[in-house]
Design a protein around this ligand. Structure first.
Ligand SMILES: [Fe+2]
Length: 403
């Protein structure tokens, strides 16, 4: 029988023995939503809102408009924490949680990109349960009722207003934060981390610099592609990933190149990023996390560089994996028999058109850094979710190819 026939057993396509899917964030999407932040967040039980942001976003005037929206809905702004750095850390989360306690807040509203939203999530967990940010690490380890066997205990209400499109953190149950002492990124994922509310309004990405729009858009594209080929795939996420890719195909270049003038493309990219996010990722993220932790490479830039190399490597692993990439190729009109090479070439040319670097050496990664990067990638949780089993030598080869 021909490989890829509908009668073959297909590990990446059959009825799975098990998966679970959840998405409990209420999403509102549209125009002119910033003035109704308070009205909407009140419905999630918020009264005294602690706003988490960074200085760049605050400088755009967005935060003032959000604060006015909070007050307009009859809620109070308990305080504003604008000290989230580009690449946030466990220390910042602890400071943020302490500041929210001090301010007498009962809820959090994140206004910013992935770093801001992830900081708010972890700070909220510390605020609610005590301890420190480092202790929150792990998958499905947050406190539960009935001695850990029951329902996960809610954290304080959290609303997210993403200002990049994006990490999708506004609708995910995960956060990734740097532990600066250990120089690693720690990952935290559990149901209570789903924000209660996500507000998608293209006004929030109006002044986004083209480079940031490109990098964060490529992060979304990476989520959609990795989610679709991950061993942790699910039919639910497949539907989201493939539609996210259609929306990214139609909007990413418009959003990056026309930016401010193209509200429709910016709005659609916010939705695409939202659809693309999943915690079922793979070796692109495994390679990119240590690039960020060890060399400060922005997450989306690292993904944009590493993605084509991982596609090529994975697609050569089995017909089954190659078929999954073929589904993705169809969306981009890429249909050559060597799907890994063809899709990788497509991604590289897109990254180039978006004005992003295509090599790790262009963003400060030295050749001598490879062994430590390999170690980081092997230790990253997403390595276990990659469709092709990865050895140290595989990662070393991929990093060399990406250099
Ligand atoms: Fe990502």
């Amino acid at each position: 029988m021909e490989a890829g026939s509908a009668l073959d057993p297909m590990p990446l396509r059959g009825f799975k023995d098990f998966y679970q899917y959840a998405g409990s964030t209420r999403v509102i999407s549209g125009r002119d939503l910033l003035s109704s932040t308070g009205f909407e967040f009140q419905k999630e039980g918020a009264r005294r809102v602690f706003v988490v942001t960074d200085e760049v976003v605050r400088g755009t005037g967005l935060v003032e408009r959000v604060e006015a929206g909070i007050a307009d809905g009859g809620l109070e702004v308990a305080g504003v924490f604008d000290q989230v750095p580009q690449d946030s850390s466990t220390h910042v989360c602890d400071e943020c949680a302490a500041a929210a306690k001090e301010a007498g807040a009962d809820s959090f509203m994140a206004v910013g990109g992935g770093s801001v939203m992830d900081t708010a999530k972890v700070a909220d967990a510390v605020f609610t349960h005590g301890g420190d940010a480092r202790e929150q690490e792990g998958f499905f380890l947050m406190p539960r009722e009935d001695d850990g066997m029951g329902r996960p205990i809610d954290i304080a209400p959290l609303a997210c207003i993403p200002t990049t499109a994006g990490t999708g953190s506004e609708v995910s149950m995960a956060a990734v934060i740097k532990d600066p002492d250990e120089k690693v990124k720690i990952e935290i994922a559990d149901f209570p981390l789903f924000p209660r509310l996500a507000i998608l309004d293209p006004e929030t990405t109006r002044t986004l610099p083209a480079k940031v729009a490109a990098a964060t858009g490529m992060d979304a594209m990476t989520h959609a592609i990795e989610g679709y080929v991950s061993v942790d795939w699910s039919a639910h996420q497949d539907a989201r990933s493939l539609h996210a890719l259609r929306m990214i195909r139609d909007n990413i270049e418009r959003a990056v190149q026309r930016g401010e003038e193209d509200e429709e493309a910016r709005g659609n990219m916010l939705i695409a990023a939202n659809l693309a996010i999943t915690i079922a990722l793979g070796s692109v993220h495994a390679m990119s996390h240590p690039c960020g932790a060890q060399f400060g490479v922005p997450h989306g830039v690292a993904n944009a560089i590493n993605l084509p190399h991982v596609i090529r490597h994975n697609a050569a692993g089995s017909d089954d994996i190659a078929d999954r990439y073929r589904d993705i190729g169809e969306i981009f009109d890429v249909a050559e028999p060597e799907i890994g090479d063809a899709l990788a070439a497509y991604v590289t040319s897109l990254v180039d058109r978006l004005g992003l670097p295509t090599r790790l050496s262009q963003v400060g990664v030295p050749e001598e850094g490879i062994p430590a990067l390999v170690e980081g990638a092997m230790g990253d949780g997403t390595t276990l979710l990659n469709p092709r089993e990865m050895e140290e030598e595989d990662y070393a080869e991929l990093y060399r190819a990406a250099l």
